[in-house]
Design a protein around this ligand. Structure first.
Ligand SMILES: *Cc1c(COP(=O)(O)O)cnc(C)c1O
Length: 489
């Protein structure tokens, strides 16, 4: 059978009069509706038989790639395995069927879960208090920067309009600063990949609101100069922001609060395990050190003196950044993940993620160019193949990996190298999986020498091989009518 047959749009499989269901007789009298509320034309629904529907959707899902189908070494994204118990807990009817406007007294259990996670995150981050309201990492960054702005405003300090961001930062950092109405100043990295303190010093003055840092940074390298940087930033009156999207390598090892950070966010969907391939769902809780709690957004969940939980709104808050209390289902998955590991086991997450990354890096550095030597944390970056004479690029390697059933690593990010290939194995992969991936990467390096044209034209057995990314980004076709119109041209 041609799998592509069932992979066509369900509308293309439609044949007039086909049925996949039959309504039971209901013995009720027909109700006569007013003509003005009746449809004037028939609803355009695909008409298909049951086997076609079942095969169509199963084939669609087989074309998909996820952590549940294979190894997914996408750097900076922490595509770890998501234990199924998290799904069971978050889909439990007593959580799933809650209405966000249910009176506080009737949802004490849910608020307890919310508050417990808030408290655990504060402990993990070394912060005083967390809000779970933001919907994603970037949303957390925006919230955190708004907290920082509210702090400066509360002191009558209105001239702080700049945010310092390292050149290795994730693209969301400068974007969030811009959305918060702040301007961006870039600080350079040294050849070893860490922030250049000498370049930073002259940038710090009374116009700086905050400095944003990722640690370990997007190269997977630990910023050893954090105490000095924190001191310099604080001496200038600015606050230090921690991008904790990838807190994975830090779990059980170090806490941003102890390093001198004032405000941080965590991506629950990465570090605390929620399936997020394809961009969602997410949750980006924001934590603050002591003295900044009052600026956190409304509403906040608090434990009251009588031991019950309440939802409060305060005047000092920066306002509200989400409807209700954020993405509750993701919060529940994170809580389930933390509780099922427990305090002792969660300490192994960071060291194992770091061990796996260093293992893969050291095994592959004979074929792939490692621009920064030394021990990395949870991820690392190659600058393409060592042998550049074949003309095989990082994009070609990434596409060839698809032929072998692996998801591609992150490519062409960070922007510090021309041929960035960023690999993050995570702690949930076995030695055998890592060894197989390593052997495939070596095989591709060999293929690049022996048959470069074959690697350049990969993938050879995927439904789609070389889509025009630019055209797709500039003129996305997102509905069926447009697609058919396009085909007829
Ligand atoms: C993923 C990521 C973000 C953004 O998180 P989203 O949930 O995708 O908005 C920010 N910073 C770093 C370092 C990241 O890896």
């Amino acid at each position: 059978m041609n799998r592509e047959f069932y992979s066509r749009l369900i509308f293309e499989l439609s044949r007039k009069g086909r049925r996949g269901y039959k309504h039971p007789d209901n013995h009720l009298e027909d109700v006569k509706l007013d003509n003005n509320i009746l449809r004037q034309s028939p609803l355009e629904l695909p008409e298909v038989d049951e086997p076609t529907v079942v095969r169509h959707y199963n084939n669609m899902s087989n074309n998909n790639f996820g952590v549940d189908t294979g190894f997914y070494p996408l750097g900076s994204c922490t595509m770890k395995y998501n234990p199924k118990i998290n799904e069971e807990i978050s889909a439990h009817p007593s959580f799933e069927n809650l209405h966000p406007d249910t009176p506080v007294k009737a949802v004490q259990g849910a608020l307890k879960a919310y508050h417990t996670l808030q408290t655990y995150l504060a402990e993990v981050g070394g912060m005083s208090e967390f809000t779970l309201n933001p919907y994603a990492g970037a949303h957390g960054e925006l919230t955190g920067l708004m907290v920082i702005r509210a702090y400066h405003f509360s002191r009558g300090d209105l001239k702080r309009t700049k945010v310092i961001v390292p050149d290795s930062a994730h693209g969301t950092n400068p974007a969030s600063a811009a959305v918060a109405g702040l301007s961006i100043v870039e600080v350079k990295s040294r050849p070893d990949g860490t922030v250049d303190v000498e370049d930073l010093k002259p940038l710090l003055d009374d116009s700086v609101a905050a400095m944003m840092m990722t640690n370990p940074n997007t190269l997977g390298i630990f910023e050893k100069n954090i105490p000095e940087i924190a001191e310099l930033v604080h001496a200038s009156g600015a606050l230090l922001y921690y991008d904790g999207a990838n807190l994975n390598p830090m779990l059980g090892v170090a806490r941003p609060g102890d390093m001198g950070f004032d405000v941080m966010h965590i991506n629950l969907h990465k570090t605390f395990s929620t399936p997020h391939g394809g961009g969602g769902p997410g949750s980006g809780p924001v934590g603050v050190r002591k003295g900044l709690e009052q600026f956190l957004p409304n509403p906040r969940v608090v434990k009251l003196d009588d031991g019950t939980y309440g939802v409060i709104n305060s005047d000092t808050a920066l306002g509200s950044i989400s409807s209700h209390l954020g993405n509750f289902a993701v919060q529940l998955r994170a809580l389930s993940y933390i509780l099922s590991l427990g305090k002792e086991n969660i300490k192994h997450v960071g060291p194992l993620a770091t061990l796996n990354a260093n293992y893969v890096k050291d095994k592959l550095k004979d074929a792939y160019l490692l621009p920064i030597e030394g021990v990395c944390k949870h991820e690392f970056v190659f600058d393409g193949l060592i042998d550049k004479s074949t003309g095989v690029t990082t994009l070609n390697v990434a596409k060839r990996l698809l032929d072998y059933g692996y998801h591609a690593p992150t490519i062409y990010f960070p922007l510090l190298f021309h041929e960035s290939l960023m690999i993050e194995p995570t702690e949930t992969e076995s030695l055998d999986t890592l060894d197989d991936f390593i052997s495939v990467m070596h095989k591709i390096a060999e293929e690049a020498k022996e048959n470069p044209e074959m690697v350049k034209s990969a993938p050879h057995n995927c439904p789609i091989s070389h889509p025009d990314d630019t055209e797709a980004a500039l003129h996305p076709i997102v509905n069926y009518t447009e697609l058919t119109a396009n085909k007829e041209q």
